[in-house]
Design a protein around this ligand. Structure first.
Ligand code: SAH
Ligand code: DHB
Ligand code: MG
Length: 218
């Protein structure tokens, strides 16, 4: 089983069940054209985020790591009228591309892009979010998860992207700071009575990685 097969199946599943519409396609193309790295979630993962945010009944959504706003569009579309999404990004160029993409997708009015290092911005946020998507630098995942917990309530859902990294997460002797960030976050989650969580390995067009889904319970 190879990347080629995973991509073929992902293409089939995506085409059949969760195709990009013109706004999502345009967002991907504009991001590519602007030279942003091709690391947005896959279409079927974007749809998963959208469904989870809806299941959580999210009126306020927090995203850590905007890139060109591809996942942001999926999430913003899960909001009810009057809902809002705050997304954190430290690269001004990424934020600028995202602003264009969000406006073109018709969700610019619901989305607030906060420029800066997420670890600096998160402590300035308050109120409650019913859905949080953590998808920025992996080194700071423990901080992002702790802040996500502060900003949520029982019933909120926290999703973390890229938690398997080709299997590297299981290497107990790793010295890679990104992998250590994921492993330390897992230890935090495991010791945290206020969340119930699971991690899933995923394969597809984005390679071999994984997602953590945590439900805030207390
Ligand atoms: N969620 C996006 C992909 C995000 S890629 C999608 O699926 O469409 C990760 C993003 O996090 C990049 O744009 C990167 O610039 C940003 N980032 C990295 N380190 C950051 C930090 N410390 N604070 C805020 N954003 C950061
Ligand atoms: C990287 C970051 C991501 O958020 C992702 O989904 C894939 C790759 C990266 O930094 O390499
Ligand atoms: Mg990611």
């Amino acid at each position: 089983m190879t990347q080629e097969l995973w991509s073929t199946v992902d293409d089939y599943l995506t085409t059949t069940l969760s195709p990009d519409d013109p706004a999502l396609e345009a967002a991907r193309r504009r991001s590519d054209d602007a030279g942003l790295p091709p690391i947005a979630v896959a279409p079927n993962q974007g749809k998963l985020l959208h469904l989870l945010a809806k299941l959580a009944g999210a009126r306020r959504i927090l995203e850590v790591g905007t890139l060109g706003g591809y996942s942001t569009i999926w999430l913003a579309r899960a909001l009810p009228p009057g809902g809002e999404l705050i997304t954190l990004e430290f690269d001004p160029k990424h934020a600028e591309v995202a602003r264009e993409n969000l406006a073109a997708a018709g969700v610019g009015d619901r989305v607030d892009i906060r420029l800066g290092a997420a670890a600096d911005t998160l402590p300035t946020l308050d109120g409650t979010f019913e859905f949080v998507f953590v998808d920025a630098d992996k080194v700071n995942n423990p901080t992002y998860f702790t802040e996500a917990l502060r900003l949520t309530k029982p019933g909120s859902v926290i999703v973390v992207d890229n938690v398997v990294r080709g299997g590297a997460v299981a290497d107990a002797s790793t010295t890679d700071p990104a992998i250590l960030g994921i492993r330390r976050m897992n230890e935090l989650i495991a010791a945290e009575p206020r969340v119930d969580a699971t991690s899933l390995q995923t394969v597809g067009g984005k390679g071999y990685d994984g997602l953590t889904i945590a439900l805030v319970v207390g």
